[in-house]
Ligand binder design. Structure first.
Ligand code: NDP
Ligand code: HSE
Length: 436
C-alpha cells in the first residue's frame, strides 16, 4: 500500500522532533500502522532552516495554506501553536477533508467545540494526544483505557516549565528568572512563557481532560486559573516543615451540583508519589469508580517526548483512515449528541482544605481570636504552626491548616481575620489537596 501523506505545519521544537523520530523509526512505525507514514511537505516561515532540518528530502514551503489544500495530503500536522493562524489552517484543512493531528492545547481549549463539530460534519479526525502532558498517553487512557469508569476526579502536574521552576528553586535555591530562562532554552516553555507561569497552559490542558472525563463541551473560559508568580519562597519552606510540597496542579472534580475546574499552586502531602514529581516531568492522577486511582508519569514537554505522542496519533489516524467515521472513538470520548450541560462551578463553591499564613502581634489572645473566627465560620483546624518571634521583634508568623470547607467560607473568615488589629499582614491562602 502507498504511504499515507502528511503535511507538517511548523518545524520548530516539536515539528523537528516529529520529523526526526518518524525518520529514525520509520520501519517500526510502518509495521505498526500497516502502511508507511511519509512527510511530503513542510511549511515554516523560516524555509532555510526547514530545508536544513529536513535535509532536502521533502518539499518546503513558506505558506502553510498551500499545504492544507494540497490534494495529495491525507493528514495535516499542526505544530505552529497559538489561536490565530493555527485555527484558520486547521479549519481549512478540515474543510478540505484532511485529518488533523495537533499538539496545540491553546487552540483546542478555546476553539475545540467549533473544530470538533467541523471535523464531525466532514467525517475527519482531529487527534490531540500531544496537547496534554506531552509524551504521556493520557488522552488515550481517558478516552479508551478508562472508558468503563465513572471518572471522579483528575489532578495533574501538567506544565513542565512551572514544575521545573518550582523544583529548581527548591533544590538549588535558584531564582525564578534564571530557571525560567533555562526552561525556555530547553524548549519546554510556550512561545509566550506567561502562559506557563500564570497557569494558562495547565488550564488549557485540564480543560481538555475535564471535557473528556465528564463528557461535556470544552469550557476554558469557566476555568479558575492561578499561576506561580505570586508564590512566596517562605510558603514553600513552611509547607515543607508541615510535611507538604507545593505543586502547580490542574484539578477537575465531579460533584453532584457541577464540575470543579481549576489550576493553582497546591499543597500536597510530601508522601504522595505526585509530590515527588520533579523537573519538567508531568504526572496525572485519575480516580475512577471501578479502577480506583491510576497514575500516569512521564516527560510532559520537549521535542522527542512530544513527538512520541504526535506520531502515536499519526499511526492511529492511519489505521482509522478508511474506517466508517461512526465507528471511531469520539473526539471527547462521549458521542457528540450525548455531551452533558453540567455546569462548571465558580471558584467560591469549590471544596478544599486550606493553608493560611499570617503575621501577627506576638501577644496574649491573638490565636484565640483567630480560632474563634474560624470556628464561627464552621471551619475546622487540622494543624497549626507558630514560629518563635525574633529577638526584639514582637511579631510572629502563624500558619493554620484547615479541614475541608467551601472557598467562600474561608474567604469570609479571612476578611474577618484581616480586620483584627493584632493581624499585621494580609492572610496568604493556598489550597491543599490530600489526593487520597
Ligand atoms: P516552536 O515555536 O518551536 O515551533 C513553531 C514553528 O512554527 C516555528 O518553526 C515557527 O517558525 C513556525 N511558524 C510560525 N508561524 C508559522 C506560519 N504562519 N506558517 C508556518 N510556520 C509557522 O513551537 P513548539 O514546537 O514548541 O510548539 C508547537 C506546538 O506544540 C504549540 O502548540 C505548543 O503549545 C505545543 N507543544 C509544545 C511542547 C513543547 O515541549 N515545546 C509540548 C507539547 C505541546 P519561526 O520560528 O520562524 O517563527
Ligand atoms: N510549555 C509546556 C510545558 C509545553 O511547559 O509543559 C508542554 O505542553
Amino acid at each position: 500500500m502507498n504511504p499515507i501523506k502528511v503535511g507538517l505545519l511548523g518545524i520548530g521544537t516539536v515539528g523537528s522532533g516529529t520529523f526526526n523520530v518518524l525518520k529514525r523509526n520509520q520501519e517500526e512505525i510502518r509495521r505498526r500502522a500497516g502502511r508507511g507514514i511519509e512527510i511530503a511537505v513542510v511549511a515554516d516561515l523560516n524555509t532555510e532552516r526547514a530545508r536544513e532540518l529536513t535535509g532536502g528530502t521533502v518539499d518546503v514551503v513558506s505558506d502553510a495554506h498551500d499545504v492544507v489544500t494540497r490534494p495529495d495530503i491525507d493528514i495535516v500536522v499542526e505544530l505552529i501553536g497559538g489561536y490565530g493562524i493555527a485555527r484558520e489552517l486547521v479549519l481549512k484543512a478540515i474543510e478540505h477533508g484532511k485529518h488533523v493531528v495537533t499538539a496545540n492545547k491553546a487552540l483546542l481549549a478555546v476553539h475545540g467545540n467549533e473544530i470538533f463539530e467541523a471535523a464531525r460534519k466532514k467525517g475527519v479526525i482531529v487527534a490531540f494526544e500531544a496537547a496534554v502532558a506531552g509524551g504521556i498517553p493520557i488522552i488515550k487512557a481517558l478516552r479508551e483505557g478508562l472508558t468503563a469508569n465513572r471518572i471522579q476526579w483528575i489532578a495533574g502536574i501538567i506544565n513542565g516549565t512551572t514544575n521545573f521552576i518550582l523544583s529548581e528553586m527548591r533544590d538549588k535555591g535558584l531564582d525564578f528568572d534564571t530557571v525560567l530562562k533555562e526552561a525556555q532554552q530547553l524548549g519546554y516553555a510556550e512561545a509566550d512563557p506567561t502562559f506557563d507561569i500564570e497557569g494558562i497552559d495547565a488550564a488549557h490542558k485540564v480543560t481538555l481532560m475535564s471535557a473528556i472525563a465528564f463528557g461535556m463541551p470544552v469550557q476554558f473560559d469557566r476555568a479558575h486559573v492561578e499561576g506561580i508568580t505570586r508564590l512566596a519562597a517562605i510558603d514553600i519552606k513552611y509547607a515543607e516543615e508541615l510535611g507538604y510540597r507545593i505543586k502547580l496542579l490542574g484539578i477537575t472534580r465531579r460533584r453532584e451540583d457541577g464540575v470543579e475546574l481549576r489550576v493553582h499552586p497546591t499543597l500536597v502531602p510530601a508522601s504522595r508519589l505526585i509530590a515527588n514529581v520533579e523537573g519538567a516531568m508531568n504526572a496525572v492522577l485519575v480516580q475512577g469508580d471501578a479502577v480506583g486511582a491510576t497514575l500516569y508519569y512521564g516527560k510532559g514537554a520537549g521535542a522527542e517526548p512530544t513527538a512520541s505522542a504526535v506520531i502515536a496519533d499519526l499511526v492511529d489516524v492511519t489505521r482509522l483512515h478508511t474506517a466508517d467515521p461512526n465507528h471511531r472513538v469520539p473526539h471527547l470520548a462521549f458521542q457528540p449528541d450525548e455531551l452533558s450541560s453540567v455546569p462548571v462551578l465558580p471558584i467560591d463553591e469549590v471544596t478544599s482544605s486550606y493553608y493560611l499564613r499570617m503575621r501577627v502581634a506576638d501577644q496574649t489572645g491573638v490565636l484565640a481570636e483567630i480560632t474563634r473566627i474560624l470556628a464561627e465560620a464552621g471551619i475546622s483546624i487540622d494543624a497549626m504552626l507558630q514560629k518563635e518571634s525574633r529577638e526584639g521583634e514582637p511579631q510572629t508568623d502563624i500558619i493554620i491548616l484547615t479541614h475541608l470547607t467551601r472557598e467562600k467560607h474561608v474567604n469570609a473568615a479571612i476578611r474577618s481575620i484581616e480586620g483584627l488589629q493584632t493581624v499585621l499582614s494580609p492572610v496568604t491562602r493556598l489550597r491543599m489537596e490530600e489526593l487520597n
